[in-house]
Design a protein around this ligand. Structure first.
Ligand code: SF4
Length: 85
């Protein structure tokens, strides 16, 4: 029932730019495997978000080459407290 806290604004842009031009850095931000490209099926590569693995570091929000990913604090305001951000 948790509200969505990782939003990709434009999935077509994520494929055309983040994947095709920048070689998909989202899958290499961290080892938890939140962003995956599934290389199966007719719609491959399919971009999959495993939000349950997120450790709330906000790297994807900052580093996405198109600013196309938005991270928000999960329900209840959990996650780390960065007082200087
Ligand atoms: S906030 Fe951090 S841990 Fe969560 S998906 Fe983005 S880069 Fe990964």
């Amino acid at each position: 029932d948790q509200q969505v806290h990782l939003v990709v604004k434009d999935m077509a842009l994520q494929k055309a730019s983040e994947h095709d031009i920048y070689a998909g850095p989202s899958s290499r931000y961290f080892p938890a495997g939140v962003y995956e490209r599934i290389e199966e099926g007719a719609d491959a590569p399919r971009f999959q978000i495993n939000a349950q693995n997120c450790v709330h570091c906000k790297t994807c929000d900052i580093k996405d080459p198109n600013q196309n990913i938005t991270w928000t604090a999960p329900e209840g305001g959990g996650g780390p407290n960065y007082p200087n951000m």
